[in-house]
Design a protein. Structure first.
Length: 220
């Protein structure tokens, strides 16, 4: 009993000393639970048990389960947009920048299945919790602005065709990278696992890069 009380006191002390680390721990475990079970199937108690905290502490940070779910969505999108910014694409020739962005998106999605599952779950919910977020729209417009700069530079250099829609281009990149993860189970069950080996994934990524680049080149 003394050891348990001591551990509890240590956790309380750490919560007070580093509240941002506690918040990050909650978001990390909540991301896993929501991705696996969806909003309805996730229990806050399970999240609390996994990080040895209390539901009361989680509600202190996030208000309720729906507030926690919105925060998980916001963090998931913030993380991918932040990683895109760290690519430093503005200093690259437009073709190189676009190749790097497509490769990043494909690799990010295949290595972050929880992100794909969260987006799938939110689509099942018709995006209602994304609409409740005040930050998600602003977060995600960054990638469109980035693609706008790449498209403008590519058109100026004559390597991209005129009139490209950055929004359509983002849709294309996202769709090809997303399907690779969202439909992996059914696709591999029907057609086999060849595309989902490491070698198969690299080949598929290269093919998707070629498709995207071909779609933006000037028409002859």
């Amino acid at each position: 009993m003394a050891d348990t009380a001591h551990q509890t006191q240590n956790r309380i002390r750490s919560w007070k000393q580093d509240p941002e680390a506690v918040r990050a721990d909650i978001l990390r475990e909540a991301t896993s639970e929501f991705a696996k079970n969806g909003l309805a199937g996730t229990r806050v108690k399970d999240i609390a048990d996994r990080i040895q905290t209390s539901r009361r502490m989680i509600f202190y940070y996030f208000g309720d389960k729906e507030g926690l779910y919105r925060a998980v969505l916001e963090e998931a999108y913030r993380s991918v947009r932040e990683a895109e910014e760290e690519l430093n694409l503005d200093g690259l020739p437009p073709l190189d920048a676009l190749v790097k962005l497509v490769e990043f998106t494909f690799d990010h999605h295949r290595r972050n299945e929880d992100f794909i599952r969260l987006v799938m779950n939110e689509n099942i919910l018709n995006g209602q919790y994304m609409r409740q977020s005040s930050s998600l729209h602003m977060t995600n417009t960054k990638v469109i602005k980035q693609l706008s700069r790449i498209c403008a530079a590519g058109e100026k250099d004559g390597v991209f065709r005129a009139g490209l829609s950055p929004l359509e281009l983002h849709w294309e990149i996202s769709a090809l990278s997303f399907f690779n993860v969202s439909n992996r189970a059914t696709f591999s069950n029907i057609f086999g696992n060849d595309l989902f080996t490491e070698e198969g994934q690299i080949a598929l990524r290269d093919h998707i890069v070629d498709c995207v680049i071909s779609s933006v080149r000037p028409k002859t």
